[in-house]
Design a protein around this ligand. Structure first.
Ligand code: ASP
Ligand code: MG
Length: 435
């Protein structure tokens, strides 16, 4: 593909309402006629709302249809507000909803993750239909394409792993002719499909990753993620006051921070871009002319302290039941289970007869882990912890972060400190007897 191709990703926050759609169209107007692929997430909080539908259906609470109705109303209202009585658009939305209704009319599937993907994936199918139709109305020649015809994954639902060779061939086959015909291509983030054409998702917040997949396959000149923040910041502005925007970041630094919970980019996004040396821009859709952050290989690594916080950590203390040492064969057994469950281990430490790991506490994976190993090992789980990762730390930053926390596990390697912490519980103090 021509080196001029750009890939833009717009997240749910950028298309959460009609004003958002107008803003996106305003940004894209400047690219009329330029080769561009636009990857879009589900509107606003639709994915969360769809997750509720899945839960209601799985538990047969009786209100799955009612929950779906709210999502329907929102999408139809937005479509009609932006595009009027565009029958083609309304029919495509209707067809998409009918597919979920079929699922909801059946008994819930035994395979929860499979069912989840069939339902939750429609968020992106709906949003991209509206985006494509609306952009067309503003005078842009758009083509809507289905990511499931391109992104091939394995059969692991809710966290499909990309099969690259197949995906690359399909992306080229579908997208290149459209781009050559000067179409602006609009595609869903987050979704793909298996070799048997079952829909999969790539993991929550996976649309960034999708955009990187398309960038890789088409050898884009650059990729841009449009967000509601001015770029990559030194910490989450919702948690800290004095954050600073970084002008440039290396791939390595970006991967380190996002892996440990910096929410600005999905952690899987960087690798495909790095592999083809495609720069990634993180820019604000509220201020599209400001430069944002550039992530690439040609950056001198010199940074201020940066902090990433991953909440929902569980610390699992594992010990042998018979006082034997936690030896290498135990480790290999434990890690096989960790890998099978696709648990993310963020920190670990061992002593002679015990081993501690800090993992992301998602779904029931941690309980399943403890259950699986219980014959040989005792596992004690401590939940609701935070993993704090500080890169390029100085003493003040560390002290500030430790304040009011109990540090359960700490480790330092090459300018990086990681700690698993617990909030100090509010002390219930007795009145001091004064007389
Ligand atoms: N809509 C999906 C989610 O909210 C994917 C994404 O937004 O990147 O997780
Ligand atoms: Mg999102």
């Amino acid at each position: 593909m021509s080196k001029r191709l750009k890939v833009f990703k717009f997240g749910g926050a950028s298309v959460k309402d009609a004003a958002g759609f107008k803003r996106v169209a305003g940004i894209l107007a400047a690219y009329k006629g330029a080769p561009l692929v636009i990857v879009v997430s589900a509107i606003g909080k639709t994915t969360n709302a769809l997750e509720e539908v899945v839960i209601a259906h799985a538990k047969q609470t009786g209100d799955a249809f009612e929950k779906l109705e709210g999502i329907k109303q929102e999408h139809y209202a937005l479509a009609e507000f932006l595009c009027g009585q565009d029958q083609e658009l309304l029919t495509s939305l209707n067809d998409t909803f009918v597919e979920i209704e079929w699922v909801l009319e059946e008994k819930p599937e035994d395979n929860y993750d499979y069912m989840y993907d069939q339902i939750v994936s429609v968020g992106e199918l709906l949003s991209t239909r509206i985006v494509a139709a609306y952009l067309k109305k503003t005078g842009l020649d758009t083509a809507w394409v289905d990511a499931r015809d391109m992104v091939r994954t394995d059969n692991i639902f809710r966290e499909g792993w990309v099969e690259w060779t197949e995906t690359e061939a399909r992306v080229k086959k579908v997208m290149e002719p459209l781009l050559e015909a000067n179409k602006m291509v609009v595609c869903q983030g987050f979704i793909g499909s298996t070799s048997e054409n079952f829909t999969t998702t790539l993991g929550r917040e996976g649309s960034d990753y999708s955009a990187a997949i398309f960038s890789y396959c088409l050898e884009a000149e650059s990729m841009t993620i449009w967000k509601d923040v001015p770029g990559v910041l030194t910490a989450d502005p919702r948690k800290f006051d004095n954050v600073v925007k970084l002008d440039a970041l290396s791939y390595r630094e970006a991967i380190e921070m996002t892996y440990y919970g910096a929410k600005v980019i999905h952690p899987k996004t960087i690798k495909p871009l790095q592999n083809k040396n495609i720069p990634l821009f993180v820019k604000s859709f509220l201020d599209p002319d400001s430069p944002g952050t550039r992530i690439s290989s040609d950056v001198e690594d010199h940074y201020p302290p940066m902090v990433a916080i991953e909440s929902n950590q569980a610390l699992v203390y594992i010990s042998t039941r018979d006082f034997s040492f936690v030896a290498e064969h135990h480790m290999s057994y434990l890690f096989q289970i960790i890998a099978d469950l696709r648990l993310q281990v963020n920190m670990m430490q061992n002593t002679a007869i015990s081993f501690a790991i800090s993992v992301n506490d998602v779904d029931d994976k941690v309980d399943r882990f403890a259950e699986t190993i219980q014959e040989q090992f005792q596992a004690r789980i401590e939940r609701n912890l935070e993993l704090i990762t500080v890169r390029h730390f100085n003493r003040e930053t560390l002290n500030g972060l430790r304040d009011g926390k109990i540090v359960m596990l700490e480790e330092r390697i090459q300018g990086t400190v990681q700690m698993v912490v617990k909030k100090v519980p509010a002390l219930s103090r007795k009145e001091f007897p004064t007389v």
